[in-house]
Design a protein around this ligand. Structure first.
Ligand SMILES: NC(=O)C1=CN([C@@H]2O[C@H](COP(=O)(O)OP(=O)(O)OC[C@H]3O[C@@H](n4cnc5c(N)ncnc54)[C@H](O)[C@@H]3O)[C@@H](O)[C@H]2O)C=CC1
Ligand SMILES: CC(=O)C(=O)O
Ligand SMILES: [Mg+2]
Length: 572
């Protein structure tokens, strides 16, 4: 992941160069931007103060989202510096939950493309269109078909907010340079009636293509991306049915599915931490999963792997899980044809009984772990939470659906109805809650803790593909970053304020696993110690605190070239 060289090409490729009030007079002179900004040279602190004031003046979350999008598009370095310095405050505005609202309103709030759109009617020419992207070098893309955006359903191309938000976190959390990231939305139609009728909707006005047509489209896309940018890391995001693509591509290209694998890894890390506080041994854990989709199954499979490492056979591990979907508990004799991904966890020990409601299922299973990946706000109601608290001293309760409006319960509900005993993690952030005079902090079990490090590690070691072992390793690495003081205060994940150092550890361990499996193609880092590797990784990370858009240049020729390029990029 090379930093842009000081040459003009790289600078022409940088996304958002605008005259910046932090540029020195010398820089302004050499850029010939003197006079194009107010005269004072400002410190970052002053710029940040103004930005935060403007942000605070916006009264609704969506207005704050729009403000921050405009800032990212007009002064990328200032935006990322602000994000890094105010991570916990700004992440909910650029990612979940507010990105959910942004996607719902995308047709109305649209101001700029934000990424690349490829339509079904473009098939046969995907490579040509991909080459229209103005950056020459792209190393990381997040692609969605918009068919399952968070828990909000099929939003068609309005799902673009998700690749944009995820890639902003790649830059914020893992220092992947913004100009090498590509938000990508494929427009394969939508089955969302309201969108099809909305005159402002900007996607194809057709229902979704068939699974087979989508598969063929993705085949062409993967070839196109890899021909234009060999080795590009592809993150699949928010596909309604993501399993076939993952199976087809995971050993062929450098790619992974965030909802299955990233979520699996991050929740495993939370479970590893929670089990340290549980009095129930691993072999006696019983997990009820509300929701049997890509995330639910991805999470459970990852935990099965962990339980096996803890000494259980695969069958013993698999039997610790009970899955619930819209039709109730998933059993072999329920009478419907199960989707392929549900078969592995389907129960055969229900003795002909069928269980429909979560309440019945909780009574039947007596779970120690309750996972929510169902998009069903409030399904972990007072009665369910009280049952969990009655059965276990420290019940593990993870309402993971996004955005907050879809969460199976809130932090407050979980604390109130379990008398503050639940070990809790949610997909979207929840405010602190005071229970019996003690401030309780909600852990956020969101894949944002791992995908940036997985992507960074994969890019840096130039892995041939992203193996399941690399994903599993990322979970263990994340769990190892939780400090004892954090754990003692009830947190299951490290503080988001040190997400960059967490991402370095995740990236390092991902690289180590790629090296063990000989998937890596960066021999120069094979013999580094962990400390040296961490240092090397950190030198490769974009740091907006050190980069305000224009480098110190050594020669007159470099300055002349970079100036010309800068002016072109800024359309000056
Ligand atoms: N915390 C995190 O990092 C992540 C959270 N998620 C969230 O998890 C949720 C699910 O995502 P996916 O599994 O990818 O979606 P999906 O569409 O593949 O699966 C949803 C599952 O929920 C079940 N479901 C829906 N309504 C139900 C009801 N009334 N009763 C019982 N089950 C019901 C469906 O049958 C399906 O099995 C979404 O809200 C998503 O935002 C997804 C990935 C990561
Ligand atoms: C976080 C995430 O990937 C989701 O909710 O889909
Ligand atoms: Mg997702």
């Amino acid at each position: 992941m090379p930093r842009p060289s000081k040459s003009s090409t790289a600078y022409r490729q940088s996304r958002a160069f605008h005259p910046d009030t932090s540029h020195s007079i010398e820089t302004r002179k050499s850029l010939r931007t003197l006079g194009l900004t107010p005269p004072n040279v400002e410190s970052y602190e002053l710029q940040a103060q103004r930005c935060m004031k403007q942000l605070e003046s916006k009264t609704s979350p969506i207005e704050k989202y729009i403000y921050l999008s405009n800032l990212r598009n007009s002064n990328v370095h200032l935006f990322y510096r602000l994000v890094l310095d105010n991570f916990s405050t700004l992440t909910p505005l650029i990612y979940t939950p507010v990105v959910g609202e942004a996607c719902l309103k995308w047709s109305e709030i649209y101001q700029q493309p934000e990424g690349l759109y490829l339509s079904y009617k473009d098939r046969g020419s995907l490579k040509e269109i991909v080459q229209n992207w103005p950056q020459q070098n792209v190393e990381m893309t997040v692609v969605t078909d918009g068919s399952r955006i968070l828990g909000l359903g099929d939003l068609g191309i309005n799902g673009m907010g998700i690749p944009v938000g995820k890639l902003a976190l790649y830059t914020g959390c893992a220092g992947i340079r913004p100009e090498v990231t590509l938000p990508l939305t494929i427009d394969l139609g939508t089955n969302n009636e309201a969108l099809l009728k909305d005159p402002l909707y900007m996607g194809s006005r057709r229902t979704r293509v068939s699974e087979r047509e989508e598969a063929m489209f993705l085949d062409e896309l993967m070839v196109a991306l890899n021909e234009v940018w060999p080795g590009i890391v592809v993150q699949f995001e928010d596909f309604k049915n993501p399993f076939p693509a993952l199976e087809r591509y995971q050993n062929k290209y450098c790619c992974f599915n965030d909802d299955i694998q990233g979520t699996g890894a991050v929740i495993l890390a939370g479970i590893i931490a929670a089990l340290r506080n549980s009095e129930t041994p691993v072999k006696d854990q019983r997990a009820v999963f509300m929701g049997a989709g890509s995330a639910g199954v991805g999470v459970a499979k990852q935990i099965v792997e962990y339980f096996m490492k803890e000494g259980l056979t695969e069958d013993e591990a698999r039997r610790c899980f009970w899955f619930v979907d819209t039709k109730g508990l998933i059993t072999n004799d329920r009478g419907d044809k199960l989707a392929q991904h549900k078969v592995y966890f389907s129960r055969d020990d229900n003795k002909g009984q069928q269980f429909k409601t979560l309440s019945e299922i909780v009574d039947h299973v007596k779970p120690t772990i309750l996972m929510g990946l169902s998009t069903m706000r409030g399904i972990f109601n007072e009665s369910i939470l009280k049952k969990m608290a009655a059965m276990d001293k420290r019940p593990i309760i993870f309402p993971l659906s996004n955005p907050s409006s879809n969460s199976e319960c809130t932090f407050e509900e979980a604390m109130k109805f379990t008398d503050g005993r639940a070990m809790f993690a949610s997909g979207s952030p929840f405010p602190d809650y005071i229970h019996n005079g003690k401030v309780m902090h909600a852990s956020q079990g969101n894949n944002m803790y791992v995908f940036p490090g997985i992507g960074l590690g994969s890019i840096l070691c130039k892995t041939a593909h992203i193996s399941q072992e690399m994903i599993y390793t990322s979970a263990v690495a994340l769990s190892n970053t939780l400090r004892e003081d954090e754990f003692a205060s009830g947190m299951l994940y490290p503080s988001l304020d040190r997400i960059r150092s967490v991402s370095i550890v995740v990236a390092r361990e991902v690289i180590r696993e790629a090296q063990r499996q000989r998937l890596d193609r960066e021999p120069s880092i094979r013999n580094l110690s962990d400390a040296e590797l961490d240092e090397w990784i950190s030198t490769k990370m974009y740091d907006p605190r050190k980069d305000n858009g224009f480098p110190e240049l050594e020669t007159r020729e470099e300055t002349r070239e970079a100036t010309a390029a800068y002016r072109m990029a800024a359309r000056l």
